[in-house]
Ligand binder design. Structure first.
Ligand code: SF4
Length: 699
């Protein structure tokens, strides 16, 4: 469009900051050498043209002057620019030397859930085929692993939403368990607001009062770490008052007799004492959810990031099964993913134990199938590795010597962050691919510049399971390359180029489709042209005539007998959570703010977002603040067994008196993960971010 001396260019894109994947347009106005930018929402079936503050300012980091634009090598502690050819030679020399000396597993790969499906797929293949290592995992381990394992074990399949998003406003009751949608996925809130207008009863479970809990009719402000017990209390009432769907349980679920026997043996007074939630509220929640015919449950990291996160989510699924709320309209479960491709990035083989299409790396048939797609023998395919944090433990122990790190910042995102930083500093060779010099990238021997969401094409899968194509709108900045190009170049350097001869994201997608064929996350029927025509398709989509699957489990669950597996959930976890004590008398819980994403590497580069939240803070209840003589807006020290941080106080009744809340988007002395214990869920290896014991002192 031309107006006077100004020309306007409009680019279609997609927000890179959360799993709603809002569609948007970047508008560039050019006048002479001057450029001005703004981002607006674009109509689509998920966010209907809405954007939150992060989406509106996403272009600010992508166009930022501090973007990395050429490879850099560390020399005498300083980063020095080098050419791609020199960088590739350096990689070959170091990886070859390490693997000749210590074996293939001396190298590790740490991936991301913010990359495209094609790049996630290629990461799994790159680790196992080009590097020949079993050590690959990704930052989604810290995000989605509990919900993913719970859904897989109970339902037989792990897709973010079992039912379409459009069904939410028609549900009669909604449980929002440990999810702060109002702050983390704001463009989804209208679905819940509409449900409430339509008469739905909303129950929120959270130790904090948030913009999401304010929408609820009933807020269960439980003590941190007691989610599993609370859901046992709700199940107790459902079975005791015979609010179950007996026919559904008999035909569609195994294990319900054991669950019934267990929950009926519990005393509600005891559950109330454990959770801090009154018996009256537990009863109300149970009857409000179980009585109507329709109802949905959503969970997020508040429940999941604990040592019993996986089994707590299984208890939420027990509630849905006991009340027969699966495979029907306005029923079902949703795991609200945090990262932009939190769903897709876990489906295609970036996890230590999985191959593309949710295939198992320990299953012989699955191994043979994928080895064949990849052009190697089954014997050449490495076995199962370990989870993200466990890889770092192996680095600390000297077992892993090198790491290829893609678009992730483990020094800030992992628990016990001091330990993580010290461990990564021990690596003989660390290559980091990123947009900016993150706290982890600063430790690297070599940094490779990557492309932003405006430059990189590929498919992404939103939290519903909807796959769409994100188009590239701009040329790569400087010498930056797409993640998939970097992986192909290194594979070629290491002698595996013939298995990585891709010229576009679409070519990779076409191999991914074959790799996923017949697996649980089946993309075979999708093609770029079909995805463009349909504004995305929901998997499974097994053939080109298939229109995708909006609602799962209409014909039974995804286990071989078509039945779901209910499981007894203990009130106390197998791996104990940290408890308060006289030295560390307060609980600490962590979470997000609306203006930042993950460890803030991108959003802290945006002047508009940084202006809204330029530093971290701690929420303290007024009575707690009085006890510690803390005034509002003062610097305070928070300390656990593992370290301390200094942040500004925010006195608010939104938090429990026994709990502090600190967001996790800042590095160095404000990094709350320095305080968090590295206790892992025994099922999914999720760290316990949501429950730590700390003390509070004045600075
Ligand atoms: Fe949409 Fe999420 Fe981006 Fe906000 S952060 S604009 S809700 S995709």
């Amino acid at each position: 469009k031309e107006q006077g001396n100004e020309t306007e260019h409009v680019y279609d894109s997609q927000c890179p900051f959360c799993s709603v994947q809002c569609k948007m347009q970047l508008i560039e106005s050019r006048s002479g050498n001057r450029r001005r930018y703004k981002t607006i929402g674009k109509a689509n079936p998920t966010s209907n043209g809405r954007l939150c503050i992060k989406g509106m300012h996403a272009h600010q980091h992508a166009l930022h002057k501090e973007r990395l634009t050429q490879p850099m090598i560390k020399s005498d502690g300083q980063f020095v620019p080098i050419s791609w050819a020199e960088a590739l030679d350096y990689i070959k020399e170091n990886i070859t030397e390490l693997q000749q000396k210590y074996g293939y597993d001396a190298m590790s790969v740490y991936g991301s859930a913010s990359i495209t499906n094609e790049e996630a797929y290629l990461m799994g293949k790159f680790a196992r085929v080009a590097l020949k290592t079993k050590y690959i995992d990704y930052n989604g381990r810290l995000c989605m692993s509990a919900a993913a394992s719970a859904a897989t074990l109970t339902l037989g399949i792990d897709r973010g939403m079992t039912n379409g998003l459009q069904e939410i406003p028609e549900a009669e009751c909604l449980i929002l368990a440990g999810t702060n949608i109002g702050e983390c996925q704001p463009t989804l809130m209208p679905y819940f607001e509409q449900a409430k207008k339509n008469g739905a009863f909303i129950i929120a479970v959270d130790p904090r009062e948030t913009s999401t809990t304010k929408l609820a009719n009933l807020h269960l402000q439980l003590k941190p770490g007691t989610d599993a017990a609370l859901y046992n209390g709700i199940l107790h009432v459902i079975f005791q008052e015979d609010l179950i769907d007996s026919e559904f349980l008999t035909t569609s679920a195994n294990g319900y007799e054991e669950v019934k026997q267990w929950v009926l043996s519990l005393e509600l007074t005891e559950i109330s004492a454990i959770t801090g939630v009154s018996e009256r509220d537990i009863r109300r929640a149970a009857t409000e959810f179980a009585t109507p015919k329709t109802g949905m449950i959503f969970s997020a990291r508040g429940v999941e990031q604990q040592t019993d996160g996986s089994i707590s989510v299984r208890n939420l699924l027990n509630i849905l099964l006991a009340t027969g709320k699966f495979g029907k309209h306005a029923c079902g479960y949703g795991a609200i993913t945090g990262q932009s491709n939190g769903q897709g990035a876990r489906e295609h083989g970036q996890k230590a134990d999985q191959l593309p299409g949710y295939r198992s790396i320990e299953n012989l048939e699955d191994r043979k199938y994928i080895a064949n797609v990849w052009g190697i023998s089954e014997e050449e395919l490495p076995r199962k590795g370990v989870s993200a944090f466990e890889m770092i433990e192996k680095i600390d122990a000297g077992e892993i010597k090198g790491m290829f790190l893609l678009c992730s910042n483990p020094v800030v995102s992992n628990p016990n962050a001091h330990f993580v930083k010290a461990a990564l500093a021990k690596l003989s060779f660390l290559v980091a691919v990123d947009l900016f010099l993150s706290e982890t990238a600063k430790l690297a021997d070599l940094i490779l510049p990557s492309t932003s969401y405006l430059e990189d094409e590929g498919t992404m899968t939103n939290f519903e399971g909807r796959v769409t194509v994100r188009k590239a709108m701009m040329k790569p900045l400087g010498e930056a390359k797409h993640d998939w190009q970097i992986l192909c170049l290194i594979a070629e350097t290491l002698g595996a180029g013939h298995l990585f001869s891709f010229n576009s994201a679409e070519e990779i997608f076409n191999e991914l489709r074959v790799a996923s064929r017949g697996g649980k996350a089946d993309y075979y029927g999708m093609s770029y042209s079909r995805l463009h025509e349909n504004e995305g398709l929901l998997w499974p989509c097994p053939n080109e005539g298939h229109s995708g699957t909006n609602r799962l489990f209409e014909e039974g669950f995804a286990h071989t007998d078509r039945k779901a597996k209910m499981v007894v959930v203990p009130n106390k976890p197998e791996v104990a959570k940290e408890k308060t004590c006289p030295k560390y008398p307060l609980y600490l819980t962590t979470g997000r703010v609306m203006s930042h994403y993950l460890t803030g590497v991108q959003t802290r580069k945006s002047s508009s977002l940084e202006a809204r939240n330029f530093e971290s803070y701690v929420e303290i209840h007024p009575e707690t603040a009085m006890r510690y003589n803390v005034k509002d807006q003062k610097l305070v020290k928070i300390e656990s067994k593992r370290g301390s941080i200094i942040v500004r106080s925010k006195i608010t009744k939104a938090i429990r008196k026994d709990t502090l809340f600190v967001p996790f988007h800042w590095d160095e002395g404000q990094n709350v993960n320095r305080l968090v214990a590295a206790d892992l869920d025994p099922t999914c290896r999720m760290p316990s971010f949501k429950v730590s014991a700390v003390k509070l002192t004045l600075v």
